[in-house]
Design a protein around this ligand. Sequence first.
Ligand code: PGA
Ligand code: ZN
Length: 410
Amino acid sequence: MSTSLSHSVLNLNGQEDGRASPRLQSWVVDEATELRDNNHERFMGMGVLTAVDHVNRTLAPSLIGMDAGDQRAIDLTMIDCDGTPNKSRIGANAILGVSMATARAVALSQGIPLYEYLKIDAGYLMPVPMMNVLNGGVHAQWQGADFQEYMIVPFGAPDFRTALQWGAETYHTLQILLKKKEYPTAVGDEGGFAPKVASNEEPLELITESIEEAGYTPGREIGISLDPASSGFFSDSKYELKREGRRLDSNEMIAYYRSLVESYPIISIEDGLAEDDWKGWVKLTNELGEDIEIIGDDIFVTSRPLVQRGIETGAANSVLIKLNQIGTVTETLSTIRSARDAGWGINISHRSGETSDSFIADFSIATSAGKLKTGAPCRGERVEKYNQLLRIEEELGSKAMYAGRKAFIR
Ligand code: PGA
Ligand code: ZN
């Protein structure tokens, strides 16, 4: 077993070590497949016995005996075993589980923290938390705002633990404010409140007020990030804002975002336009990309070729990174490297469906991403990532540096 991951991680873009893999470079893929059993007698078809079986019967025999420290070789072997562009045969849930478990196992066997083992840079950058405090869209069963996520971003704090404190205080101040307005304060999929607001702008008013009420300065200490997840309300070339009874085209959406950015302390917009609206993305980035981060999630699905297309066309300036959109640690790091080489922002992210696993907390430090999107300070599966970052910051002591405002490229 090798003593560090460096030989594999440093070569993840498949060029430096002569083990270039066309599989890592040329496949343009849809989001990797999460394989479910589809047997409606169990868990309404959502069981994963097939994926588990693939781990035990297909992946294990191919991997046993390999050097676990060669993450790249492990991941490429699994990609080969699967043989499809989007891991639909073996299942990305099977492959990614093994990929992440391998990294964890090696870190454990070497007696070093996971973030240390996976590290690709010098220094220890604690990420700015992007905390989704108000949920809409599909995460609130389309009962609230059309926009899926309204995040508070305490970039002005001196360190991670203070950022978390500011975020939690603002979140609970928002709860008090919602109660005063007689909105229910039940939470959505990512732990944010999910009120039936009157417009997509109302949450921005409520959040700005909460930041102030909690004692912080909007825009200087705490900013706001949006993830409208607009593919969810895009049809027939129009964006349908049901809350507002309006159907807008790309240009009108961009003008709408411009007006929101001018009125509220918005520092990034993720998936402001739909994943198929590439032309619109280029316009959006031209219009707003100097002022804020334009983050691509559904449009890039953590795929390196798609990010490269985004870089070449100027369709965004920042990427959302979700390990299970692509399905291996190696490919995720490869995408991060491409985006970073182009000067793009990097945002490591959870999923709305999550477990209490905290791999992404370590991963955000390992990759010096500077930003981690992992929900409200609420619901165990979200809070666990924040707790892990608290533990890491404590362990690192003076070696930890809070990414702060610099994490944002604009
Ligand atoms: P998802 O949402 O995990 O439901 O895709 C998260 C996001 O859109 O960022
Ligand atoms: Zn998103």
